[in-house]
Design a protein around this ligand. Structure first.
Ligand code: 13P
Ligand code: SF4
Length: 347
């Protein structure tokens, strides 16, 4: 594809969202990336939060965590360039160990993944012996290796229900756990840490949570929603399930990033407020020029925003940053991720 063709494609999609001079500049970088991608036999997977010019130019596949995991498991190229955060690139490596997985930024962390360690999970398992552990994919490989099954924002309730048990440990997102407990009718507790091998048998619980939070979604408030509704009485409010239960309750809809994309596409309303990373609002606006997307861009994910078109090009040029997962951890983490993909196969 020539730079001009890419520029025209971007202009067609993004002329209302990104200034023209920036589109010309981005088209040049995208052209380089597409050439390198071919040379290196690479596939580019990009999360829905990627900035519009990246999102609409170089990826082979875009989507939410679950969709991208499925693509990573099935791809045939030698190299996977993951335009997302580290835990997502790690999940791709867990599923496709023979591929070289590149993350275009050195860190690209996540406050949820940083909120829990493998040792924390081992301690919880000692405290609650025999209780199955579900961990959100927003965790690192060593944490996934300690759990029974993973989940994403699009299948959390289905994963919990698939276990068929009265009790479950659900880690590490406090709000996703509370929202999932509500959806599955479970009584959730957040226990205080006990000495190893001790268990407080007086605790009344069906779900055990952890105090991890998404540093982005925890910032949205019911007041934000009330203010938006006052100004735009006909607005539909969409909240990611990493938002607090109060925010989810006050919204019109809650779902994964891709579920939000579909919601806007399939509804006739003129105005939507999306309570998630603001770049996604641009991407949805580009796809739905007849609809107005309200977003709160003072609240951003600094980790997702580390990934740029320039870094994606440099990742391919310099073969960086290579994601490795020790094989013993990978094998155990694989079981949890694979089990999740299997139960979500019919979605
Ligand atoms: P999704 O799986 O819904 O895309 O969520 C990933 C994420 O990190 C949201 O903050
Ligand atoms: Fe992690 Fe929140 Fe950023 Fe998603 S938005 S990557 S959960 S910090």
């Amino acid at each position: 594809m020539t730079t001009q063709t890419i520029y025209e494609h971007l202009k067609n999609k993004l002329s209302q969202v990104v200034p023209d001079f920036e589109l010309r500049y981005k088209a040049e970088i995208a052209e380089e990336i597409l050439r390198l991608k071919k040379e290196k036999n690479a596939v580019i997977l990009a999360h829905n939060y990627m900035e519009p010019a990246l999102f609409y130019s170089v990826p082979d596949f875009v989507g939410d965590s679950l969709e991208l995991s499925r693509k990573a498991a099935a791809c045939e190229q030698d190299v996977i360039v993951f335009c997302g955060v580290r835990f997502m690139a790690e999940t791709a490596k867990i599923l496709s160990p023979d591929k070289t997985v590149l993350l275009p930024a050195k860190k690209a962390g996540c406050s949820l993944a940083a909120s829990i360690t493998a040792e924390d999970v081992r301690n919880l398992k000692k405290q609650f012996p025999g209780v199955p552990v579900v961990t959100y994919v927003n965790t690192y490989a060593d944490v996934k290796a300690e759990c029974d099954i993973c989940c994403t924002s699009s299948n959390a309730a289905a994963v919990v229900e698939s276990l068929g048990t009265d009790t479950v440990i659900f880690l590490p997102d406090e709000y996703l756990a509370k929202n999932t407990a509500k959806e599955t009718g479970k009584h959730i507790i957040f226990p205080t840490r006990m000495p190893p091998n001790q268990f407080d048998s007086s605790l009344d619980y069906q779900m055990i949570g952890w105090h991890g939070r998404c540093e982005v979604h925890e910032q949205f408030t019911v007041e934000d929603i009330d203010n938006a509704r006052r100004q735009f009485p006909d607005v539909l409010v969409l909240a990611h399930p990493e938002c607090s239960p109060e925010v989810v309750e006050a919204s019109d809809y809650s779902g994964s990033t891709t579920a939000m994309v579909h919601y806007v596409k399939n509804h006739k309303a003129d105005k939507y407020l999306i309570l998630t990373e603001c770049a996604m609002g641009d991407n949805i606006a580009a796809e739905n020029p007849d609809k107005e997307m309200l977003r709160m861009c003072s609240i951003r994910c600094p980790h997702m925003n580390e990934i740029t078109l320039e870094d994606t090009r440099d990742a391919l040029i310099h073969n960086r940053y290579v994601i490795d997962v020790p094989e013993d951890i990978r094998k155990r983490a694989y079981r949890s991720v694979k089990r999740m993909i299997e139960i979500s196969a019919k979605d």
